[in-house]
Design a binder for this molecule. Structure first.
Ligand code: GDP
Length: 362
């Protein structure tokens, strides 16, 4: 999955992105991830992987990863091509989700492009640009859909009605994600690919001293998020960056001093995961324990296809044990002997935390 980081200039995007690149996953483990300068690949923090590894004792452990893309250049007027406007929009169309960094810290030494700290105005500035870009798409699609609807086609009618609702929402400043949609409409939406339909997590960037008692700016961000089905993560980009500079064994102490339980980055990754409807299954053998990311609702053969297309094609069955049960009995062999491993067929919907061994025809 890929999350795009956006926000006005000087809100802390680069600081957060730096923390992400410093936390980066060991590249050797992830040869499939091409590393570009504006992309940071981080491991998904998941204690289950370590617990499974303790039991299975594999040669190596491979975690799931998330990609963060630093999408610079969103300024007032971007939808009209100002700043890095067009380039920006083409980047943002490609990501699965958006982390929108909002400045909630006051620091007289850091200029605000709009002159003052005002999260509601800042969020509105960015969302307006994205809505304007989507409005153009919506109007173009509506013309077409109305023609199709006239010819009596049902799907055209559904699309036209949905687009009118969406455009009406744009007039009131509502992003696409603020609406509810039927399954049929959702399918059409996937095809259109509106930017404001993408899931959003607002990253409220607070000052170092405000982490434990967030300022009123954070409440404003929460209110806005609640209205448009978005999430909020509160962190201090500066702290995240300092944290990643410390050797690993000193981090826990640093967090304890601050009075927080875990890095904000972990919260951000977890929230992103949930927001995108992603879950994890594991494969566990003597060579490797590995976490795999799938969409909730994925069936066993398609989950197997993440590992290799041959396994999907030749799928016979999945041998499944929930990770907690595996930990409890102590080994795969013991689990087999006790008959704890379930045999599941091609219609099995993989559950979060399943440890799976796939049988397939070569
Ligand atoms: P960008 O333009 O959004 O990428 O913003 P930067 O990450 O470059 O940050 C702009 C300025 O704000 C820099 O001088 C940062 O050091 C400062 N900054 C970022 N996050 C924080 C924070 O949490 N607290 C304080 N005091 N300053 C911050």
């Amino acid at each position: 999955m890929e999350i795009g980081i956006v926000g006005l200039p000087n809100v802390g995007k680069s600081t957060l992105f730096n923390a992400i690149t410093k936390a980066k996953a060991e590249a050797a483990n992830y040869p499939f991830c091409t590393i570009e300068p504006n992309v940071g690949v981080v491991e998904v923090p998941d204690p289950r992987v370590d617990k499974i590894a303790e039991v299975v004792k594999p040669e190596r452990v491979v975690r799931a990863v998330t990609r963060f893309v630093d999408i610079a250049g969103l300024v007032r007027g971007a939808s009209r091509g100002e700043g890095l406007g067009n380039k920006f929009l083409s980047h943002i169309r490609q990501v699965d989700g958006i982390a929108h960094v909002v400045r909630c810290f006051t620091d007289p030494n850091v200029t605000h492009v709009e002159g003052s700290v005002d999260p509601a105005r800042d969020i509105d500035t960015i969302n307006t640009e994205l809505i304007l870009a989507d409005l153009e798409t919506a109007q173009r699609r509506l013309e077409r859909a109305e023609k199709v609807a006239k010819s009596g086609e049902k799907r055209g009618k559904i699309e036209a009605e949905m687009l009118k609702r969406i455009i009406d929402g744009f007039d009131r400043g509502l992003p696409v994600r603020a609406h509810e949609f039927s399954d049929e409409e959702k399918e059409i939406l996937r095809e259109i690919g509106f930017i404001t339909a993408k899931p959003v997590v607002y990253v409220a960037n607070v000052g170092e001293k405000d982490l434990l008692s967030p300022p009123k700016e954070v409440d404003i961000v929460r209110e806005i998020a609640a209205k448009e089905n978005a999430e909020v993560v509160v962190l201090s980009a500066k702290i995240e960056s300092e944290l990643q500079e410390l050797p690993e064994d000193e981090r826990a102490l640093f967090l304890e001093d601050l009075g927080i339980e875990e890095p904000g980055l972990n919260k951000l990754i977890r929230t992103g995961y949930a927001l995108l409807g992603l879950i994890t299954f594991f494969t566990a053998g003597p060579q490797e324990v590995k976490a795999w990311t799938i969409k909730r609702g994925t069936k066993a053969p398609q989950a197997a296809g993440k590992i290799h297309s041959d396994i999907e094609r030749g799928f016979i069955r999945a041998e499944v044990i929930p990770w907690e049960e595996l930990i409890e009995v102590g080994s795969m062999t013991a689990a087999r002997e006790k008959g704890l491993i379930r045999l599941e067929g091609k219609d099995y919907v993989v559950q979060d935390g399943d440890v799976i061994y796939f049988r397939f025809n070569v």
